[in-house]
Design a protein around this ligand. Structure first.
Ligand SMILES: *[C@@H]1O[C@H](CO)[C@@H](O)[C@H](O)[C@H]1NC(C)=O
Ligand SMILES: *[C@@H]1O[C@H](CO)[C@@H](O)[C@H](O)[C@H]1NC(C)=O
Ligand SMILES: *[C@@H]1O[C@H](CO)[C@@H](O)[C@H](O)[C@H]1NC(C)=O
Ligand SMILES: *[C@@H]1O[C@H](CO)[C@@H](O)[C@H](O)[C@H]1NC(C)=O
Ligand SMILES: *[C@@H]1O[C@H](CO)[C@@H](O)[C@H](O)[C@H]1NC(C)=O
Ligand SMILES: *[C@@H]1O[C@H](CO)[C@@H](O)[C@H](O)[C@H]1NC(C)=O
Length: 678
């Protein structure tokens, strides 16, 4: 059309113009020709197109088939009974009962457990392109009180044409009158066929043949410090003898927990959980949670106390209505040509990663039908630039490079790490500190951030209300990290983990070889015991100026093991001061990366007597036992009057007083002594 317009506009007879006209005509001709080629190609593609999606109902089941997978769901409960793919009749364990193959579950109140069997099924969408089903249960006070978790449930399944897999999501709702509860855990569980799925993959490096379920039974293993951790003494696969297995060793931070699963070696088939967004997960980007583990089990974790403690489950209060959509996640199946195991495993993993990028690109999905899952045109965008002001480090403002910036429910700075009621939207800044948070759901948020290399939490001092089509540049934001004076000395890197400190090699009798890479060493079993081995005679002493934190600062402050007993320990930081202003105000910045039933008492230049400062009893994150390198972040800015210090040698004593068991511990993130303001 455009070309015709050009012709009509031509009034002059200049030869060059004729040339242009001829050229335009040839373009027209060419594009017509190529249009035909394209059309043919599309036609050809159409003829190759996957079969349409079909829905079939029996008395007990609904079956959705798209020619690639056949998904079977129990009508009366909404449990996933089977997925048929390629040569495998059911990738889920057929020996298991109907409620023990693919199911949602909730742990609530005091160890109450509910597999969320639903009562009704509705067809939401049925077309050649897609089938979406909804399995619902409305919580009924008369019938369900004290029996089922006080929450109404809508479990959704979507099968699309051409996609070898099934999308799953759920909408959970509480009305004002529902009784007060705690929801400790909410997830989807998949129990895969035991005689087929033996190879687990969590990341490019964490992949291997796994022990079997029986290997964790009494005659095959020895239970270690707690039931989840076992030493394989007599596994079916002799190569795994002497290894440790513990599902918490396979935990991943939410921001990275996007793809994990299993491979059935003899069929060259992969089963993957693909999570393109973590907007619905609780506790922000650094919350850690389970992935896949021996079973073979694959989990999609939405809510849990893991690595945070019960603070995160505080909000399911009476008289507060709540609704949240978890997912969708994609249960993806793939297959490879059966050749050498090494090769097809690699190609299955590579293909699953490719599928993950595809899913991320199409997020938010345009095809999920629930009104509680807004599509792109009902979401907003918030952008800006974050700078850091710390005059003791740099005269000028610094760009907050690779900072984590996020929107979460309004609260105090840092509250996002225990926030689970709403949605969270996080991104990382570029080199210039610029950020853009896309696809934000409607709602009222605070903007939060933390910056690598700086202590504390940033929070923008106004609310951000996102509505449909909202597109807001917040401009330049300035973070003033806590600081009262120049650095006299520092230990560690402010990064909310203990990763930069000394992480010992595991005891050679307690190795899990899936964690062979240096940056996964902290996940090895029993490292807490290595502290007593590393410091057999006296507790840790760090000499500022002479010690090196990556060699001389143990990653976790744990009790000392003495025979069967555990004993409190006092770590010492020794440092020299050339001068002291006796009336000046010094500050000890103490950032913790984790805390579990612990208390740190700080004494300055006197080992005994009442402490100068105490954290009091803090933490339930259990990060040491769960092999995390961090739990929740805490920062203490402790005033140190100059009169407590002296010219020459000084010692700060850090006593972790609670020691009933070896997991009562803290991890430090970073410690800094600041001089008086100048
Ligand atoms: C709740 O359950 C009771 C007892 O089964 C039933 O009589 C009532 O109709 C139910 N209420 C609703 C709203 O479904
Ligand atoms: C932001 O929202 C919170 C909670 O809704 C409210 O209490 C607070 O006053 C608001 N703050 C500002 C600065 O508007
Ligand atoms: C501290 O120790 C680590 C590990 O041994 C080493 O890489 C680093 O260079 C040391 N740093 C200093 C300042 O000596
Ligand atoms: C440690 O506990 C074990 C098992 O309870 C017991 O046999 C052993 O004597 C105890 N050792 C000491 C030093 O108390
Ligand atoms: C010592 O600290 C006090 C209180 O901050 C201040 O007024 C005084 O100038 C300082 N003295 C020196 C020598 O810096
Ligand atoms: C200060 O500590 C150093 C060791 O760090 C020691 O050699 C020296 O004797 C101490 N000085 C005093 C006055 O105690």
């Amino acid at each position: 059309m455009e070309k015709v317009v050009v012709l009509n506009q031509t009034h002059s007879r200049h030869p060059l113009l004729w040339l242009i006209i001829v050229f335009q005509f040839s373009l027209l001709f060419f594009s017509a020709f190529s249009a035909e080629i394209t059309a043919r190609k599309i036609l050809k593609d159409k003829s190759k197109k996957s079969p349409k999606v079909c829905l079939e109902k029996t008395d007990e089941k609904v079956i959705i088939n798209n020619g690639l997978v056949e998904v079977t769901i129990e009508k009366s409960t909404g449990h996933l009974l089977g997925i048929k793919y390629k040569g495998i009749d059911n990738v889920l364990e057929t020996e298991n009962d109907n409620d023990n193959r693919g199911y949602w579950d909730i742990v609530w109140d005091h160890e109450m457990y509910d597999k969320l069997a639903t009562r009704h099924v509705i067809i939401i969408t049925q077309s050649d392109e897609l089938v979406e089903l909804s399995f619902t249960r409305v919580w009924n006070k008369t019938k369900d009180h004290g029996i089922s978790a006080p929450v109404s449930v809508d479990k959704r399944y979507i099968v699309r044409r051409g996609v070898p897999g099934v999308y799953m999501y759920g909408i959970f709702k509480r009305r004002k009158y529902f009784p007060h509860t705690y929801i400790h855990q909410l997830r989807i569980v998949f129990k895969l066929k035991e005689d087929k799925f033996h190879f687990m993959a969590l990341s490019d490096t964490q992949q291997r043949i796994m022990p079997r379920r029986e290997d964790r039974e009494h005659s095959h293993c020895q239970v270690l410090a707690y039931p989840e951790a076992v030493l394989l003494t007599n596994p079916i696969n002799p190569k795994l003898k002497g290894e440790v297995d513990d599902k918490y060793q396979y935990s991943i931070e939410s921001k990275d927990n996007k793809l994990h699963g299993w491979i059935a070696d003899h069929d060259a088939v992969g089963f993957w959980i693909i999570t393109p967004s973590d907007e619905f997960r609780t506790g922000g980007p650094h919350k850690q949670d389970l992935t896949s583990h021996v079973g073979p089990t694959a989990l999609s974790m939405f809510v849990s106390n893991h690595y945070t403690g019960k603070d995160i489950a505080e909000f399911y209060k009476e008289r507060v209505a709540w609704k949240k959509a978890f997912g969708p996640v994609l249960i993806y199946l793939n297959s490879a040509t059966f050749d050498h195991a090494h090769r097809y495993r690699k190609s299955l993993w590579k293909d699953a990663k490719k599928r993950l990028s595809k899913e991320i690109k199409s997020w938010p999905y345009s095809f999920a039908a629930s009104k509680d899952y807004p599509h792109a045109d009902h979401r907003g965008e918030v952008s800006g630039q974050l700078l850091v002001r710390d005059k003791y480090l740099h005269k000028q403002l610094m760009k907050a490079k690779s900072a984590f910036v996020g929107l979460a429910a309004p609260g105090r700075a840092g509250s996002w790490q225990t926030e689970g009621k709403g949605y969270q939207f996080w991104t990382q800044t570029d080199k210039a500190g610029r950020f853009s948070i896309k696809n934000v759901r409607r709602g009222k948020y605070n903007l939060y951030a933390w910056v690598h290399g700086f202590i504390g939490n940033y929070k923008l001092d106004r609310n951000v209300s996102v509505h449909t089509g909202y597109k807001k540049n917040l401009g330049t934001l300035i973070y003033d990290p806590p600081r009262s004076g120049p650095t006299l000395w520092e230990i560690g890197i402010p990064d909310r983990t203990a990763a930069e400190f000394f992480i010992p090699d595991p005891n050679p009798t307690f190795v899990n070889s899936i964690l062979n890479h240096d940056d996964e060493k902290f996940r090895q079993y029993g490292l807490w015991d290595r502290c007593s081995d590393t410091y057999p005679h006296h507790d840790l002493v760090f000499k500022v100026g002479a010690s090196n934190y990556s060699r001389d600062w143990f990653f976790a402050h744990v009790p000392r093991r003495t025979g069967n007993d555990t004993k409190a320990t006092t770590w010492k930081i020794k440092f020299k001061l050339q001068e002291v202003n006796k009336s000046g105000k010094y500050t000890l910045q103490m950032a913790l990366a984790a805390a579990n039933f612990a208390e740190v008492q700080v004494r300055i230049n006197k080992p005994d007597g009442s402490p100068h400062f105490t954290t009091n009893r803090i933490g339930y994150d259990n990060a040491v036992a769960r092999h995390g390198i961090h739990g929740l972040y805490r920062l203490y800015s402790i005033n140190v009057p100059g009169k407590r210090l002296r010219v020459g040698n000084n010692t700060i004593f850090l006593t972790q007083t609670r020691c009933k068991d070896e997991f009562m511990a803290v991890m430090y993130d970073y410690i800094r002594l600041e001089g008086p303001a100048v």
